[in-house]
Write a protein that binds this ligand. Structure first.
Ligand code: APR
Length: 320
């Protein structure tokens, strides 16, 4: 059987890391696409030349021609500009919306059957716009945010409790921005919910509040340290986890920016929710019950996402 084909639209920091990880995990043959002349070709060749030492079988190529992504099984989109210190994800909206138009049209023409994972920010609005421009089925287009935000939350919790992060489960709901909702009640250490761990004296409410806030600011913390760009190792790893769930029909329960129509009381919009990802793309939205406080935070986040989508509609009148 031929290897799956993975198209990476955008060959910058995240795109290059995605290609490297896909190769190391032998997920399939990789095509790196970018408008920057030589960048995708150079990164593809560099990674291919690591193959003999690493011992992976995966073809790597770089291109600036959408025809080369033809028949891709997975497209991961990072094309656009990244944040610099002082910028919010929302500041990227106008520039990256135009990029989503060209990427959406390219995917629609050459890889209409692909599972598409968008990473470009501001995430929830960009994945919505990408879906609109591409016209692909909603279940085949989603955004990577929840896996990353949850991984940050899990990392901070594992440090706080001094336990393996493998035993910490957590998830983050809502938009990928300042209003995201790290779920305390549904996050656990080996099945023990965080509120119980406070009662057990493992941590305090104040410490947990600080971890929740650090999770919300997780992207900005990295931008502040790097100064010339935004995070890329963890974002790439998170998207690869989602791509693998699709390619291997793993039916993983992963939070992502998915199209929600009916669940959570929403009428057709993209926002971060728990989902099941398998061969059918986003196969299910897991409609968990929120308590009053969680619902209020989720509603605030939903309103922030709606505001960004409205801003997109104001910029491009073809989006209605
Ligand atoms: N088509 C294809 N590629 C494009 C286009 C386009 N229209 N416009 C820009 N690019 C490419 C750039 O040439 C660059 O190589 O997108 C790449 C983006 O790479 P980086 O600037 O290194 O950004 P990165 O850190 O990879 O982040 C990409 O993901 O997390 C988000 O906020 C982040 O929106 C940003 C995106």
């Amino acid at each position: 059987m031929a290897r799956p084909k993975i198209a990476l639209i955008g060959a910058g920091n995240i795109g290059g890391t995605l290609a490297h990880l896909a190769a190391l995990k032998e997920l399939g043959d990789v095509v790196l696409f970018d408008i920057a002349d030589g960048l995708p070709q150079g990164k593809a060749l560099d990674i291919a030349e690591s193959g003999p030492s690493e011992g992976f079988d995966a073809a790597m190529s770089g291109t600036s021609d959408y025809a080369d992504i033809a028949g891709a099984d997975v497209c991961i989109v990072t094309a656009g500009v990244a944040r610099k210190p002082g910028m919010s994800r929302d500041d990227l909206l106008g520039i990256n919306l135009k990029v989503m138009k060209s990427v959406g049209e390219g995917i629609a023409e050459h890889a209409p059957n692909a599972f598409v994972i968008c990473i470009t920010n501001p995430l929830d609005a960009m994945v919505w716009a990408l879906r609109e421009f591409s016209g692909l089925p909603h279940n085949m287009v989603c955004g990577m945010a929840g896996v990353l935000d949850s991984a940050r939350f899990r990392h901070f919790l594992a440090e706080e409790f001094d336990v393996s992060m493998r035993d910490v489960t957590a998830f983050v709901l809502g938009g990928h921005g300042d209003t995201m909702v790290p779920s305390v009640r549904y996050s656990t250490v080996a099945g023990i919910p965080l509120p119980d761990l406070i009662e057990m004296g493992w941590t305090t409410q104040d410490k947990l509040d600080a971890i929740v806030q650090r999770t919300r600011d997780g992207g900005a913390e990295i931008v502040g340290l790097l100064k010339t760009g935004s995070a890329y190792y963890a974002p790439a790893t998170s998207a690869i986890e989602m791509a693998e769930a699709f390619l291997k029909d793993q039916k993983r329960v992963l939070p992502c920016a998915a199209y929600v129509d009916g669940a959570f009381g929403l009428n057709g919009m993209y926002v971060g929710v728990p989902t099941v990802i398998g061969a059918g793309g986003v196969e299910r939205v897991v409609n968990i019950k929120l308590n009053k406080q969680e619902q209020e935070m989720f509603d605030t986040s939903v309103e922030a996402v709606k505001g960004l989508v409205d801003a997109c509609k104001g910029i491009d009148s073809s989006l209605t």
